[in-house]
Design a protein around this ligand. Structure first.
Ligand code: G3I
Length: 321
């Protein structure tokens, strides 16, 4: 089973995100999720985001975030926590407010302090800042960037450290895997935080990839090492590898398996790559068809909770270490 194999291969965990809406309503789904030998780590898909935890100013709500946190607690699974400072799923009172630096700083600190305080001691890691870089290597516009320029990175990480000193603090983003302008800018972000004397422990490679366009194992390892060279750990935090058209042919399913093996293999190859999290385990529940109509089937189990060829590829690459 994947987590057992991953731990034997030297990783801290093999995990998955879990969707709040299905945890208590789909028994087949829940049974797989409960298997710690398969998934040693969980992350809430949506419940810890700002729109869920602080929908209006000062009104904190942990009903949704606690759903997956409680599953992990019951099963003794690690919990990754996601996410604090992100332009998306950000309630309108934050994104459309008119702020000074000090008023928005206080809003960020209050948010971080409350949410991380609620989960204190439960999270292996927190994604403190999420998706702050555009694909073209510029900073992504947001109320945070327009108010602070890049100073919001360090102030967010500092607030996070104060709220829970014993969790790993991550920057998390997608499309870092291609070693292009976006990767350079994310490296710059890490250096900016470090130069400010603020704490940052890790960088999450989301790994939202495409069958047939996934970089090779050695190219992926090279990118991971550019970050570990700065003294941070790395992890794949939201891995899924989608077919650009579904249903997938049997040869496309084999390619998908090879792509998965390259990603997981690259983590095994890099000291400082601590684990792999897939963004859901079953094609039955995935964000992809909604966002990319006609694409999908990106995960390790099919719609009927049967293991796909990609599951076998992942288990083989883990077992071979
Ligand atoms: O909660 C509302 C519900 O009240 C309403 O009835 C329903 C109607 O559409 O929408 C629900 O909100 C949806 C939410 O998921 C919870 O299910 C949103 O429409 C939907 O857009 C949202 O999508 C999530 C997406 O983040 C939003 O940005 C996906 O589930 C989630 O998988 C996805 O995850 C992100 C990571 O957090 C960051 N990296 C990229 C990744 C994929 O986009």
């Amino acid at each position: 089973q994947l987590n057992d194999l991953a731990v034997r291969a030297g990783l801290k965990y093999f995990g998955t995100c879990a969707s709040e809406g299905n945890v208590n309503s789909d028994t087949a789904y829940r049974n797989i999720l409960n298997n710690k030998s398969e998934f040693g780590q969980l992350v809430p898909e949506n419940g810890q985001k700002w729109d869920a935890t602080e929908p209006s100013r000062g009104q904190f709500n942990y009903g949704s975030g606690d759903i997956v946190a409680n599953v992990a607690k019951q099963n003794g699974q690690l919990l990754r926590c996601h996410t604090l400072v992100w332009y998306s799923q950000l309630p309108g009172w934050v994104s459309s407010g008119s702020w000074t630096r000090s008023s928005l700083q206080s809003v960020i600190e209050t948010h971080i302090n409350n949410v991380m305080g609620h989960y204190k001691g439960q999270c292996y890691a927190w994604d403190v800042v999420n998706e702050a870089v555009n694909d073209d290597g510029t900073w992504r516009p947001s109320v945070f960037l327009s108010t602070f320029n890049t100073d919001y990175f360090a102030l967010s990480f500092r607030a996070a450290k104060a709220a829970d000193p014993n969790t790993k603090l991550y920057y998390n983003d997608y499309n870092l895997e291609y070693n292009q302008a976006k990767t350079d800018k994310a490296l710059e972000l890490v250096r900016i935080v470090q130069a400010a004397g603020a704490p940052i422990d890790g960088v999450g490679f989301q790994g939202h990839l495409i069958v047939g366009s996934t970089p090779s194992r050695s190219a992926l390892a090279t990118v991971l090492r550019r970050f570990t060279a700065l003294g941070v750990e790395v992890a794949y935090t939201e891995l899924d590898i989608r077919h650009s058209s579904v249903p997938a042919s049997s040869s496309a399913l084999v390619t998908q398996g090879n792509d998965y093996a390259n990603v997981v293999g690259s983590c095994l190859d890099v000291a400082g790559c601590v684990g792999v999290t897939i963004w859901g385990f079953t094609d039955k529940y995935s964000w992809i068809p909604q966002t990319f109509p006609g694409q999908g089937a990106a995960l390790l189990y099919d719609n009927n909770m049967n293991k796909k060829p990609a599951w076998t590829s992942v288990s083989s690459v883990l077992a071979a270490k």
